[in-house]
Ligand binder design. Structure first.
Ligand code: IPM
Ligand code: MG
Length: 362
């Protein structure tokens, strides 16, 4: 089969980890006789420097003409000035909104060989296998009014946690559908004891639950969820939540896996269903790690696992996706580690070697 993909390597370690992910992708292509037609574009700091905007309309158009988009990372100290007119992160937000990528899937699966890599007790994290479904195009990130202004008594600022019932229903549906393919447990996370938007969230999710009698639904307050994530993370299967809560909870949840360098993500424009092709953007959850850039240090596994998610959700190539995941597990079981997951007695490797080791096991 033939697929058209847009690749946005971005800043910092983005290009390095992307190179290894592309190596894996092409090898899968050779094994299964698929052709991946790749088109590179700019996003983030490098796009600001070269094109004057964090994401040009041409690049968005290129993404729209593709079956899926692969992204490295954006940002760096060079573009951090809060007074600057544009920031690398603007590119990411316009991409999410512009491509209607409302459903962000962030799976956290702890590899058995890495249980000693985290700051938590191995007994707490052994067997963790959860997915956070984060709403990605609404809430505080995009709600209006959103502004800062000056009054006679000083400055004020507002962001709006705005949600329509349609927005809540479509993301909740992703949560229910995903739970159905897993352990059939859905935790809907809100702050319904305080927030109006959360009360609507809870009503809509409860109404939708009648369509999914086979899924066990729990409502969990976001503060309690933050606690339970490190107290008993194995309790969770699928978590569905709004944009800002999801942003915070997924950074917390990522620490269960030992390193952000291990975790992939998918941002989808529809409800993923097995065998169906849903347009999406795939990226590691880590940032651009400017201090590690250009040193052949960064862990490419998160980006490589993002390629697996892309094959599964946007190209409906399940077998190819599992092959990558199995190759990653094997390399870890054989004891190879990048710096971020290094332990005594293991074999330390760089970005390139990790990519080559995984490729060799496909
Ligand atoms: C994330 C990041 C982004 C977000 C930033 C870079 C805008 O933290 O993808 O979680 O807040 O969504
Ligand atoms: Mg975040």
């Amino acid at each position: 089969m033939q697929f058209r993909l847009t690749v946005l390597p971005g800043d910092g370690i983005g290009p390095e980890v992307m190179e290894e992910a592309i190596r894996v992708l092409h090898t899968v292509g050779e094994r299964f006789h698929h052709h991946f037609d790749l088109h590179n574009g700019l996003i983030g700091g490098i796009a600001i420097d070269r094109e004057g905007a964090a994401l040009s309309s041409e690049t968005i158009e290129m993404c729209r003409r593709s079956n899926a988009v692969l992204l490295g990372a954006v940002g760096g100290p060079k573009w951090d000035d809060p007074q600057a007119p544009v920031h690398p992160e603007d590119g990411l937000l316009s991409l999410r909104k512009g491509l209607k990528l409302f459903a962000n899937l962030r799976p956290v699966k702890v590899f058995p060989t890495l249980v000693n890599c985290t700051t938590l007790k191995p007994d707490v994290i052994r067997g963790v296998d959860l997915v956070v479904v984060r709403e990605l195009t609404g809430g505080l990130y995009f709600g209006k009014p959103k502004k800062q202004w000056t009054t006679a008594r000083g400055r004020k600022a507002v962001d709006s946690m705005l949600y329509s019932e349609q927005e809540i229903e479509r993301i909740a549906r992703v949560g229910f559908e995903l739970a159905r393919t897993r352990r059939k447990k859905l935790a809907s996370v809100d702050k319904a004891n305080v927030l109006q938007s959360s009360r609507l969230w809870r009503q809509v999710v409860t109404e939708l639950a009648s369509e999914y009698p086979d899924v066990h639904l729990d409502h969990v307050l976001v503060d309690a969820c933050a606690m339970r994530l490190i107290q008993r993370p194995t309790d969770f299967d699928v978590i569905v939540t709004e944009n800002t809560f999801g942003d915070i909870l997924t950074d917390e949840a990522s620490m269960l896996a030992g390193s952000m360098g291990m975790l992939p993500s998918a941002s989808l424009a529809g409800v993923p269903r097995s065998g169906k092709r849903t347009f999406g953007l795939y990226e590691p959850i880590h940032g651009s790690a400017p201090k590690r850039a250009g040193q052949d240090m960064a862990n490419p596994i998160a980006t490589i696992l993002s390629v697996a998610m892309m094959l599964r959700h946007s190209l409906a190539l399940e077998q190819e996706a599992s092959l990558i995941e199995t190759a990653v597990s094997r390399v870890l079981e054989e004891g190879y580690r990048t710096y971020d997951i290094m332990e005594d007695g293991k074999q330390r490797v760089g970005t390139k070697e990790m990519g080559e080791l995984i490729t060799a096991r496909l």
